[in-house]
Design a protein around this ligand. Structure first.
Ligand SMILES: C[S@@+](CC[C@H](N)C(=O)[O-])C[C@H]1O[C@@H](n2cnc3c(N)ncnc32)[C@H](O)[C@@H]1O
Length: 300
């Protein structure tokens, strides 16, 4: 059950799509002078070391952040970047404190760096080692560094259970990231079930679902199901995919080639921000003609 370690995948093309969108939404939602609750159901470690043997062995950052980073290092190019991509690379630069890419941020780090004193953080991770590493990250975030503070909760518990227990949040404004590894087939079903339930408990929340785009039924079905769940709940949605090569049937065989983010109740600005940033990202990351991106959203 604990075979998946995100350290092998940190900074790959799928992380680029997921984290660019997460950061954009977080920055948007923290502009308003009202408390926000951020819930991360499958948190991972929080900050990844690019020199770590797992990252070195997989080399997956080479499919993602490593291809975008030179655009940040080149000041002329940096100033021309679309705002969404600029914000993402700036966030990584601030974590590293230099032009050299030694650390890569995970979702709880990205979100929590943008949270304010008035906000709340709910983080769930099942892997005991990752939870211990995550625990160390707590000192690097903007919110109080005490587990006793009600604003911050880090827990070794099933993220789907954690989500249910924390919605609707007291703040009534919430951003949720659901990012399982999907190594267990059940994850697809659990995501759909969790979303159906979440939109009943907390219909106005913003929910981001990451998933691997694969040439197999579970992956295709998930998107159909999520669209139906949104329609039934009357929720707006946005769906973005990024492919670096030809979509494969299995996640592990030739390496993941494409991924998607399905967002319920997205900020109205997200579609335009993505339209400005994704063409450049896709162009830099694609390895053959099958690479590209798609952005779709609800009509309502
Ligand atoms: C794709 S990784 C998360 C990456 C992270 N969200 C990020 O973007 O940086 C999935 C994580 O979920 C953890 N996990 C697996 N099943 C879980 C569950 N039921 N509840 C909480 N965490 C789980 C795994 O140990 C792994 O660290």
């Amino acid at each position: 059950m604990f075979s998946y370690r995100h350290a092998f995948h940190a900074g790959n093309h799928a992380d680029v799509l997921k984290h660019m969108i997460l950061l954009n939404i977080c920055q948007y939602m923290t502009q308003k002078d009202k408390p926000l609750t951020y819930i991360d159901t499958h948190a991972g470690v929080g900050v990844y070391q690019m020199g770590n043997p797992m990252a070195q062995k997989s080399g997956e950052a080479q499919t993602g952040i490593a291809k975008l980073w030179p655009m940040w290092q080149n000041k002329g190019q940096r100033n021309q970047l679309p705002p969404m991509l600029h914000a993402y690379l700036q966030h990584i630069f601030e974590l590293n404190g230099a032009d050299e890419l030694k650390h890569y941020p995970g979702s709880p780090y990205i979100a929590s760096r943008n949270l304010r004193e008035i906000d709340r953080l709910r983080v769930f991770e099942l892997h005991p080692t990752d939870m211990r590493l995550l625990d160390e990250m707590i000192n690097r975030i903007n919110l109080p560094d005490s587990r006793d503070d009600k604003r911050v909760l880090f827990k070794t518990v099933d993220g789907f259970v954690g989500l249910k227990a924390n919605i609707p949040p007291a703040s009534r404004r919430g951003l949720v990231l659901i990012d399982p590894s999907y190594e267990i087939k059940d994850d697809y079903t659990k995501v759909a079930k969790a979303m159906k339930d979440a939109l009943i408990r907390f219909p106005t929340g913003t929910y981001c679902i990451w998933y691997p785009v694969l040439a197999r039924q579970e992956s295709r079905n998930l998107v159909t199901q999520l669209e139906r769940i949104a329609a039934d709940a009357g929720a707006k949605w946005l769906h973005a995919t990024l492919a670096v090569g030809e979509v494969q049937p299995a996640q592990m065989a030739a390496g993941l080639q494409a991924s998607g983010m399905f967002v319920f109740n997205p900020p109205y600005t997200l579609a335009d921000d993505l339209k400005a940033a994704l063409p450049l990202v896709a162009d830099k990351l694609k390895t053959d003609a099958a690479g590209g991106y798609e952005i779709a959203h609800s009509k309502n």
